[in-house]
Design a protein around this ligand. Sequence first.
Ligand code: FES
Length: 148
Amino acid sequence: MDRREFMTWMGIGGLATSLPVVLAACQSQEPAATNDTSADAPTADTGSAGSSEVIGTVADLETNGFLLKADAAVGPVLVVGTADALSAVNPTCTHAGCTVEWKGDQTLMVCPCHGSQFNSDGTVAKGPATEPLPTYAVQVEGDNVVVS
Ligand code: FES
């Protein structure tokens, strides 16, 4: 094997060993698109059918003035109102993530951290929060309050 043949084989060998690295570097880094619609965070109430869950009873709602289920499968849920006019929101404050509290005497949800206030439908009544609380679809089924 003369010098020229040696260099040719070395070039082919180098190309062959570096090819996987070059191909990996040229692959797209973008994640594959998915059609996953089961995000944990609730979205605006669209009234669409999805997973639903009993949050409590109408009797408990009337007795306490609200229903709170922090570990609901759909996410944290706060239900306020009466059986005729219910509102269900994710009680996680949109300012910095504290859990809002229902103040029935003021008909407001108040954040204990920085004082944001939300109306019973989740809209902002007073900042610093600027975004409304996400809502859930809610209805009465028999004696149960159900969100989805
Ligand atoms: S976390 Fe609720 S007002 Fe700041």
